[in-house]
Design a protein around this ligand. Structure first.
Ligand code: ATP
Length: 463
């Protein structure tokens, strides 16, 4: 590899790596997710060069390759990456995706497994973040695909965020999101390095490949659009956060009350986003309700009358004092949680069992205590009665007690907190302010802050 000093100026890829390193609040260990494709390999080498010779010696680098075991060559590719890292003294781990693979939706399942394994590795080694090699070309393809199926103002048109919090604990950052793939390949060639080409990258049965071909390397037509959409999504997130903080209240993670002024305003994009986000969390869903549900709700709220409607597993109970949202008391599951394990019940509550016996989580119905607390908090009695029917309760399995009794008095109480499916798996930085506002409403801590200063959200929101 030619030494940086041999070149007139550092390569644009190394400049991007240095720029990225300069944004950290504190130097630390960075875990590079490396597939062996050109982009992630270029990212790893550029970061390595920037750390070794660019004045960033307080940082260190580790790498991880996920072997999805879906192609026969994947194990060899992982070994080649391991050799590349060993030659540079970069610690490298291979994680294999074990277990059954689904028959459909394999790409999405592989992606979910990859982020889970990468995030576990980052936690194991104490990395401050994960970096991936996504480029401006990937971004253009993502946005072009979404343009084909979204409304012109859809938040998804902002494309990929340059930072995403995975599983509430690890930030995944994309330092090359503004760099072209051709520049990264040019850098690799200058270093005398090759790369693997995944055969699926030229398989036209994938929409992404067809979109890439249609763009023909010219990303300018979509580039401006995604920048503007990113700004718009971020400012909307800040406004929604404010609306929620001022006009929404959540009780015991079970009932939300939205002030009349917020509830009446579905025509306003921010109010609608705020209402739909609360709906998703109260209903235990990982996505915002679809267009049809939103339209039904808008029609219900527009008529101005008190009354109830149900959509997306949520009852909307409109009264003079506000709009009350609670989970419909139907199809509520029962699940067993083994000692030392935690699980999400009904998409709404994360329950952790720190005891020595298995526990069963089921619908608890209204207990006097819960009812009294909700009434004392100022909720109307009919709302309390209906909402409490979907409250969780924990007890010992029927087999270990004659009757389903309360847990043993000395056993540790199960940990129960609201689950926010909308953001707990992946939280794009555009939505961080809004997600924090929702977390606080539901009695949770704020999400972990990014380790860098210029993740879009922070830069703008605190300005
Ligand atoms: N098997 C894997 N192991 C580790 N990281 C991966 C793996 N596959 C993808 N990534 C990470 O996700 C990013 C984007 O994935 P994508 O599938 O677009 O990449 P790729 O075409 O396989 O490889 P590259 O982006 O390196 O050219 C990669 O740049 C890399 O950082």
């Amino acid at each position: 590899m030619p030494a940086e000093a041999d070149r007139a100026a550092p390569h644009v890829a190394v400049e991007a790596a240095k720029q990225f390193l300069s944004t950290f609040k504190t130097p630390g260990l960075i875990l590079a997710a490396i597939s062996g494709g050109s982009d992630s390999k270029g990212l790893l080498l550029a970061l390595h060069e920037a750390i070794a010779r660019g004045g960033f010696s307080a940082f260190s680098l580790a790498a991880c390759t996920v072997d999805h075991a879906l192609r026969s060559e994947s194990a060899d590719e992982a070994r080649a990456v391991a050799a590349l890292c060993a030659a540079r003294g970069i610690p490298h781990t291979v994680c294999r995706w074990q277990g059954e693979k689904p028959a459909t939706g394999i790409q999405a399942a592989a992606r979910a497994a990859r982020y889970r394994l990468l995030s576990d590795t980052a936690l194991d080694i104490g990395a401050s973040c994960i970096v991936t090699g996504h480029t401006a070309d990937d971004q253009a393809e993502t946005v072009a695909m979404r343009q084909g199926r979204s409304q012109p103002d859809a938040p998804g048109l902002a494309g990929m965020a340059d930072g995403v919090l995975a599983h509430r604990r690890t930030w995944v950052l994309r330092p090359f999101l503004r760099l072209r793939r051709a520049d990264i390949r040019d850098y690799l060639s200058a270093c005398g390095e090759g790369w693997f080409d995944d055969p699926s990258n030229s398989n036209v049965s994938f929409e992404r490949v067809r979109v890439r071909q249609a763009l023909g390397g010219d990303i300018r037509p979509v580039e401006e659009g995604w920048m503007a959409a990113g700004e718009a999504r971020l400012s909307s997130s800040v406004r929604v956060a404010r609306l929620l903080a001022q006009q929404a209240h959540v009780f015991e993670g079970l009932v939300a009350r939205l002030d009349p002024a917020l509830a009446v305003n579905m025509a306003d994009a921010d109010c609608s986003r705020a209402i739909l986000a609360v709906t998703a969390v109260i209903g235990g869903r990982p996505h915002l309700p679809g267009r049809e549900t939103a339209a039904r709700l808008a029609a219900f709220l527009a008529d101005g009358n008190n009354g109830r409607m149900t959509a997306g597993r949520v009852v909307f109970d409109r009264r003079r004092s506000g709009l009350y949202l609670y989970r419909e008391a139907r199809d509520l599951p029962e699940m067993m949680i083994e000692p030392g394990q935690e699980a999400i019940w009904d998409g709404r509550f994360l329950v952790g069992n720190d005891g020595r016996e298995p526990i069963v989580v089921h619908v608890g119905g209204e207990t006097d205590e819960l009812g009294a607390r909700l009434i004392a908090a100022g909720l109307p009695e009919p709302v309390v009665k209906r909402a409490a029917r979907s409250a969780p309760a924990c007890s010992l399995p029927v087999s270990s007690t004659e009757h389903r009794e309360a847990l043993e008095p000395l056993a540790p109480k199960p940990r129960i907190e609201s689950s926010i499916g909308l953001y707990d798996t992946f939280l794009p930085c555009f939505d961080l302010m809004m997600a924090n506002s929702i977390a606080v409403l539901f009695g949770r801590d704020r999400y972990r802050a990014p380790p860098v200063h210029d993740v879009l959200t922070e830069k703008r929101a605190w300005a």
